[in-house]
Design a protein around this ligand. Structure first.
Ligand code: ME8
Length: 566
C-alpha cells in the first residue's frame, strides 16, 4: 500500500475575550467539511483549530468581569472546545497558546530570527486599532477617517520601542511566491488586493511593552512581550513541530480565515517562514499551500456579526438550531450558503428553512425514503437485481458525461441559487449522471467551492427523481408478471445512485449519510474507523456495488419536512 497523502488544514485560533459565536463556528465547520472530504478520499489529515489567548482584549475583559486573566481565558477556551465538540468537529488537536509546548516553540522561533538579523530593535509610531490589536497604515487610516474599519472606534496614535521584523526586505520574495503560486491566496479577488498592499509593505513590530506580563516574553528582553499576532501565527507551526507531525507541515498547510485577518496570513506569515527557513535547524520549514480568505456572515441589517457588536448567534442560539433541525442541517446550511466567495452572506432564518426543506427534506431525504419504500413494497425490503435487458445504464462507459454539461467548467462560488436548479431531464442513464457529477464534485471541492460540490451530489439525487418520473415503476408494477424485472432494474439503479450521492454528501451531512449507509447495508463508517478514519472515495463512487439480496431498511425520514409557519 502506498503511503496516503498528508493534508494539513487549519482555522484561525480565536480570541478568548468572549464565548464563541457563529463566525467562529463557520470557519471551523468549513475546515471540518474539507477535512472530512480529504479523509474520505483516503488522505492522512491533520485538522487544527483552537484559541488565541495572549490578547490585551482578554486582559481588559477579565478585569471588567472581576476575574483573573487566566480564569477568564480558561473559561472561554473551555467554551470553544465544548462548542466544537458538541458540533462534532473532527479536529485532531486544539491549540491553546498558553500551553508550555507552544510558548517554548515560539520562544525558539523568535530567538532564531533575532540571531539571523531578520528581527531588530527599533521604535514605531503609527495608528493603532485597539479592537484588532493592529497598526493601520497611514493611507488606510485616512481612508477610514482614522476609525477602525471593523468596529468604527477611533484609532489611537501610539509610539513604542519594539522589535521589528524585516518584512520590507521580503517583498520581492513574496511577490515572486505569489506569481509562482497563483492560488496561494484564494479567492482571486482577495489575492489581487493583497498583492497590491504587499508592494508597499514596511517592517512590522513583533513585540509590545506594557501588557502586564500576559504573553510570551521576547527571548533575552523580558521587558518586551511577543506581539499577540506573531505568537498566534506561529500556532500553525508549533503544533505540528514534533517529529511525528512535521510531515503535515511539509505537505503544505491550508489555512482557512476570514478577510479581516488576511494581511497577516498572506504577508507577515509567509515572510516570517521564509526568514525562519534560513535559520539553523529550520530548513524543513516550507510555506503554506494556501490561505483561503472567506467573507463575513452579516445580520439581516448588513452589519458584520461580531462579539463586540453583540449581534452574533451565540452558542445558545446555535444549540436551538441544532435542536430544531439537527446538526447536519446546520452544517449543510453554513457550508453551502456561507460567505466563501468575496461577498458577505446574510444569516436569515427564512433562507435556512428554505434550504433545509428544498435540499435536505424534499431532495435527499425524500428520495431515500421513496426508493426504500418502493423496495419495501415491491421486493419485501430486499435489494432487487439489475436485469441487463432493462438496464439503460449498461452500455455507457464510465467516462460518459450525461449530467447536462459539455465541459468541466461551471460557475465558481454561486452566491445565490442561480443556475442551481434542475437540469433538463437526462436520457435515463443514471450511471452517467452519477459518474459525471462525482467528477465535477471533486473539482469543485478541491477548489473549496462547497456550494457547487454539494449541488453536484444533489444532482444525482435529482437525477433519481427524474428517472423515477421517466420510468414510472409504480405504474409498471401494476402489471407485475410482465414488468417485475423492469421494476427491479429501475429500483436497483435508484438505490445505487443514492448510495453514490450519500458518499459524496458525507462531508456535509455525515450523520444522515451514516444512517442511510446502515439502512442499505454499507459498512463505510466501520471501514473508515478501522482505517484510521480514511475512506475509499474512488472505490465507493464506482457504479454497481449494492449487492442484490441486501436488506434495505425503510427507517424514519432522514430530514422531516419543516413547516415554515411553525
Ligand atoms: O482574529 N463571519 O480571532 P477572532 C465569518 N485571534 N467569519 C467570522 C465572523 C463573521 N461575522 N466573525 C468571526 C482573531 N469570524 C485572531 C486570529 S489566527 C493566527 C489569529 C471568524 O476571535 C473568521 O474566521 O477575532 C475570522 O477570521 C475569525 O473568526 C476571527 O476570530
Amino acid at each position: 500500500m502506498p503511503e496516503p497523502n498528508k493534508f494539513y488544514v487549519t482555522t484561525p485560533i480565536y480570541y478568548v475575550n468572549d464565548k464563541p459565536h457563529l463566525g467562529h463556528v463557520y470557519t471551523t465547520m468549513v475546515a471540518d467539511v474539507v477535512a472530512r472530504y480529504h479523509r474520505l478520499r483516503g488522505d492522512d489529515v491533520f485538522f487544527l483549530t483552537g484559541v488565541d489567548e495572549h490578547s490585551t482584549k482578554v486582559v481588559d475583559k477579565a478585569a471588567e468581569k472581576g476575574l483573573t486573566t487566566e480564569a477568564w481565558a480558561e473559561q472561554n477556551a473551555t467554551a470553544f472546545r465544548q462548542t466544537f465538540e458538541k458540533l462534532e468537529m473532527t479536529n485532531d488537536d486544539f491549540v491553546r497558546t498558553s500551553s508550555d509546548h507552544h510558548k517554548r516553540k515560539v520562544t525558539e522561533y523568535v530567538a532564531a530570527l533575532l540571531k539571523s538579523g531578520d528581527v531588530y530593535e527599533g521604535e514605531y509610531e503609527g495608528w493603532y486599532d485597539a479592537g484588532q490589536e493592529e497598526y493601520v497604515p497611514e493611507n488606510k487610516a485616512k481612508d477610514n477617517d482614522y476609525k477602525s474599519e471593523v468596529n468604527r472606534k477611533p484609532l489611537v496614535r501610539k509610539k513604542e520601542k519594539n522589535y521589528f521584523f524585516k518584512l520590507s526586505s521580503y517583498v520581492p520574495a513574496l511577490l515572486d511566491h505569489f506569481e509562482k503560486h497563483p492560488t496561494f491566496v484564494q479567492p482571486d479577488a482577495r489575492r489581487n488586493e493583497i498583492v497590491n498592499r504587499i508592494k508597499e509593505a514596511q517592517d512590522v513590530p513583533i513585540s509590545r511593552t506594557g501588557v502586564g506580563g500576559w504573553g510570551i516574553p521576547v527571548p533575552g528582553d523580558p521587558e518586551q512581550t511577543i506581539y499577540v499576532w506573531i505568537d498566534a501565527l506561529f500556532n500553525y507551526l508549533s503544533y505540528v513541530d514534533t517529529p511525528d507531525r512535521r510531515g503535515y507541515w511539509q505537505s503544505g498547510a491550508t489555512h482557512f480565515i476570514a478577510k479581516d485577518i488576511l494581511w497577516f496570513h498572506a504577508s507577515v506569515w509567509p515572510a516570517m517562514l521564509m526568514a525562519l527557513r534560513k535559520c539553523d535547524g529550520y530548513d524543513w520549514v516550507n510555506l503554506p499551500a494556501q490561505v483561503y480568505s472567506h467573507s463575513y456572515w452579516v445580520s439581516e441589517s448588513g452589519a458584520k456579526m461580531s462579539k463586540s457588536l453583540g449581534n452574533f448567534l451565540d452558542p445558545a442560539a446555535i444549540d436551538n438550531y441544532v435542536a430544531e433541525f439537527g446538526l447536519d442541517a446546520l452544517r449543510y446550511f453554513l457550508a453551502t450558503r456561507g460567505p466563501l466567495s468575496v461577498s458577505d452572506s446574510t444569516f436569515s432564518p427564512d433562507l435556512f428553512i428554505k434550504t433545509y426543506n428544498e435540499d435536505l427534506a424534499n431532495t435527499f431525504g425524500n428520495s431515500c425514503s421513496r426508493v426504500a419504500n418502493m423496495i419495501g413494497k415491491y421486493f419485501d425490503g430486499v435489494m432487487p437485481p439489475v436485469h441487463a435487458e432493462f438496464d439503460d445504464n449498461q452500455n455507457s462507459g464510465a467516462e460518459t458525461n450525461d449530467d447536462g454539461d459539455t465541459t468541466d467548467s461551471f460557475p465558481i462560488h454561486l452566491d445565490g441559487n442561480e443556475g442551481l436548479g434542475i437540469r433538463p431531464s437526462h436520457s435515463g442513464n443514471l450511471l452517467a449522471v452519477a459518474i459525471g457529477s462525482s467528477r465535477h464534485y471533486r473539482t469543485a471541492i478541491n477548489e473549496t467551492n462547497l456550494t457547487v460540490a454539494a449541488e453536484r451530489a444533489l444532482r444525482i439525487v435529482r437525477g433519481v427523481d427524474t428517472y423515477i418520473e421517466l420510468k414510472k415503476p409504480f405504474s409498471l408494477a401494476k402489471d407485475w408478471e410482465q414488468n417485475e424485472r423492469q421494476v427491479a432494474t429501475v429500483l436497483a439503479n435508484c438505490a445505487e445512485a443514492l448510495r453514490i450521492a450519500s458518499v459524496l454528501l458525507w462531508p456535509f451531512i455525515p450523520d444522515a449519510c451514516e444512517k442511510f449507509w446502515k439502512r442499505i447495508g454499507c459498512d463505510y463508517a466501520a471501514q473508515m474507523a478501522a482505517n484510521g478514519g480514511r475512506g475509499r472515495l474512488d472505490e465507493w463512487t464506482q457504479w454497481g456495488q449494492l449487492k442484490p439480496g441486501t436488506p434495505i431498511e425503510k427507517g424514519d425520514a432522514l430530514f422531516p419536512r419543516y413547516d415554515p409557519n411553525k
